[in-house]
Write a protein that binds this ligand. Structure first.
Ligand code: HDE
Length: 684
């Protein structure tokens, strides 16, 4: 046995000589080399630990302070590095350097997130998703802190703490975690009809995305682009995923919350690790004050969107995410976004929600990261030179030299460092005339809360409408306060009578009187761009197919299928009751996953390559029955041959277009079978 005082033996028994070969020396944080990282300093082998043990105290002290406050909202997120490439320069619209030349690349980091849950919560609750991008441009960092839904719950920043308090776990009981289906959130919604538009989006399939790689992003607010001549245009920013927008079905997202609470984080990590780099188009909607004035809603109101049919999207760039983080804490927890980070050529509008955000994010970073110098943390620091007269502060890492810590100064005349100076073409706010009385007031043009949720509802397919009505019914069924449910129904009547009637029926409640609108709703034209199903991209790229096999399966058919899936751009994942080598007809094969631990919720489609005997055996195994039954219930393609029939029969699978032979599976697996749904569940 090693003597405690010279123990350099690790758990595995391997001895590491101090500083030998390439192994770095382990030291304290102040550089003193350690001789022993296994034993604290004791008075005798079985005696008490000594206070003198500075090595033990430093290690425990540091560990005790490892956590920093999590983000108040968007606490759970995933990051990826990559680049933005300008594909269609816009110098006529903006002097921003990242949009100046075709092919110009700018480094980025992106953080995707949920909103309501804590850092350790699950990835797939019904929620809005964050889509925040930091562009490290050569004229400073531009942070586009966006969401996957193009509108927001409230119109004025002063309501944000109330909104978030209402949706987070209830104050007395500390639950529910990461869920909007509870009294306080819907109480707030029922009293603030401006929330309805975003609520209807969140209750749609947008609230349960399939992957961060298959989600749109929206800057929401109206911003401004400013060109070198100082001319300004209004603009809205959009991200469009190359794989198309895709979502889960509700039952699947619930099961994933139990089965793989890192579903989105893992999906993003794996895709990048495998070289299937997520890609997004970057689009702008550009318009001027005249067009803004012609719209029946206010472009400064963050609860409204401008349909692409009215202001088309112009694609000016693309973003590729090609590198996983090396350290979660350094690059995710310490990553700080600020909507106030803009570069020359991009400017703010007077949207009162945006104006509030310009304060909040800077303020929150001081509280989370503990210092005004959080911009010096590598992930937050600009990649271009930066210099000013701001000095000192906690955790200052720059050693500023010379006496010039004020401006103006004339120290250069004496041959000393004079320090930086502003540049005439540095950031300039767009010159905008402002006049008005100082009031706590909201513009009349913000008063209509129903027309746009109605437009959204009317833009959906029948199946998507059924999902929305069912989601609202589900959430309100978890609301114990009956007066809240009644009040929500009274608002839904103004959105759409059919929607209100379906939710009321789903709750087994009578329809109340419609709420009195502050401004009567109008019928806006529906927009196909607002529907996921109408714009479905039938591709196997980025999709995963779970292939179940067992003893005796035909190896040649299995190999053919796996290759066909790869050829179509998909990722096959093999599953068997046991993961070690399984004897097949034609050779042995190992599985990627064990059947009991690889439910079909993890895949976009499934295939069964079984002998008749194996199918009969698996027809008595609940994991196998559940595998097939859930794939069917989640509207996925199921590829099989005749041998699998006993298992299909046991799982109650009825033939339809999505239940195909193995050869047709790669094509069938590009879709979900929405038509199957009414046969399976009673939607509202
Ligand atoms: Fe945020 N929001 N927010 N938000 N938000 C934060 O900043 C806030 C809003 C969004 O991955 C916080 O660093 C206020 C709209 C994303 O690190 C905080 C208001 C949109 C992220 C904050 C809003 C967003 C945040 C928490 C109303 C979409 C995650 C931690 C005026 C356009 C960023 C932090 C990341 C994070 C405040 C409204 C998106 C507290 C006061 C609208 C994607 O500062």
């Amino acid at each position: 046995m090693a003597k405690p005082y010279d123990s350099t033996i690790g758990e595995g028994g391997e001895t590491q000589q101090l500083g030998s070969g390439d192994t770095p020396v382990m030291t304290t944080n102040h550089g003193t080399p350690l001789s022993d990282n296994q034993n604290s300093l004791k008075a005798g082998a079985r005696g008490p630990t000594l206070l003198e043990d500075f090595i033990l105290r430093e290690k425990i002290f540091h560990f005790d302070h490892e956590r920093i406050p999590e983000r108040i909202v968007h606490a759970r997120g995933s990051v990826a590095h990559g680049y933005f490439e300008c594909t269609d320069p816009i110098p006529d619209l903006s002097r921003a350097s990242l949009f100046a030349e075709k092919g110009k690349r700018t480094e980025v980091i992106v953080r995707f997130s949920t909103v309501a849950g804590g850092a350790g919560s699950v990835d797939t609750p019904r929620d809005v998703r964050g889509f925040a991008t930091k562009f490290y441009t050569d004229e400073g960092n531009w942070d586009l802190v966006a969401n996957n839904i193009p509108v927001f719950f409230i119109q004025d920043a002063i309501k944000f703490p109330d909104l978030i308090h209402s949706v987070k776990m209830e104050a007395d009981r500390g639950f529910p975690q990461a869920a909007s289906a509870h009294d306080t959130f819907w109480d707030f919604v029922s009293l603030m009809p401006e929330t309805l538009h975003t609520v209807v989006w969140a209750m749609s399939d947008r609230g349960i995305p399939r992957s961060y790689r298959m989600m749109e992003g929206f800057g929401i607010h109206t911003f401004k682009l400013v060109n070198a001549e100082g001319q300004e245009h209004f603009v809205k920013f959009h991200w469009r995923p190359k794989l198309g927008t895709q979502s889960l079905v509700w039952d699947e997202s619930l099961k994933l919350q139990a089965g793989d609470n890192d579903f989105h984080r893992r999906d993003l990590w794996d895709a990048i690790a495998e070289g299937a780099f997520p890609e997004y188009e970057f689009g702008i909607q550009v318009f001027d004050a005249e067009l803004a004035a012609s719209l029946p809603y206010d472009v400064l109101d963050a609860t409204k969107l401008i349909p692409e049919e009215i202001v088309p999207l112009r694609i000016i760039g693309r973003m590729v995410l090609d590198r996983n983080p090396a350290n979660h804490f350094a690059e995710n927890e310490q990553l700080a976004f600020l909507p106030s980070n803009v570069v020359p050529g991009v400017d703010f509008s007077d949207d009162p929600l945006l104006q509030g955000r310009l304060f909040s994010y800077l303020d929150t970073q001081k509280s989370r990261l503990g210092t005004t110098n959080f911009h010096q943390i590598p992930v937050n620091a600009p990649k271009c030179p930066y210099a000013n007269m701001m000095r000192d502060g906690m955790m200052q890492t720059h050693v500023h030299t010379g006496r010039a810590n004020y401006e103006p100064n004339s120290l250069a005349q004496a041959g000393e460092e004079g320090g930086p100076r502003p540049r005439p073409d540095g950031f300039r706010s767009a010159a905008q005339p402002v006049a008005g009385e100082k009031l706590r007031i909201r513009a009349d043009t913000f008063a209509d809360h129903y027309s746009q949720p109605r437009m959204f509802w009317k833009s959906q397919t029948e199946n998507e409408q059924a999902h929305i009505a069912s989601a609202i019914t589900f959430e309100l069924s978890k609301v114990a306060l009956e007066h809240v449910r009644i009040r929500v129904l009274s608002h839904l009547r103004n959105v759409d009578e059919d929607l209100a009637a379906r939710v009321a029926k789903g709750l087994a409640m009578d329809l109340p009187e419609a709420a009195a609108p502050a401004s009567p709703p109008v019928d806006l034209d529906p927009s196909d761009a607002l529907s996921i199903q109408k714009r479905w991209q039938a591709t196997l790229q980025g999709r995963k197919v779970g292939v179940l096999f067992d003893e005796g399966s035909d190896k040649a058919s299995l190999d053919n299928l796996l290759q066909a899936i790869r050829d179509a751009g998909g990722t096959p994942f093999t599953i068997a009751p046991k993961v070690g080598g399984i004897m097949l007809k034609g050779g042995e094969m190992k599985a990627d996953g064990q059947l009991a631990g690889s439910p079909s919720w993890l895949f976009d489609a499934v295939a069964l390559v079984l002998t008749r005997e194996a199918a009969e055996k698996l027809a008595k195994d609940s994991a196998a029955i559940g595998f097939v039954m859930d794939a069917y219930a989640h509207l996925k393609a199921i590829g099989h041959d005749d041998n699998a029939q006993p298992l299909l029969d046991r799982a109650g699978i009825m033939p339809d277009q999505g239940v195909t032979d193995l050869a047709a599976l790669p094509k069938a697996a590009t879709l979900r079978y929405w038509d199957r749904e009414p046969k399976l569940r009673d939607l509202a």
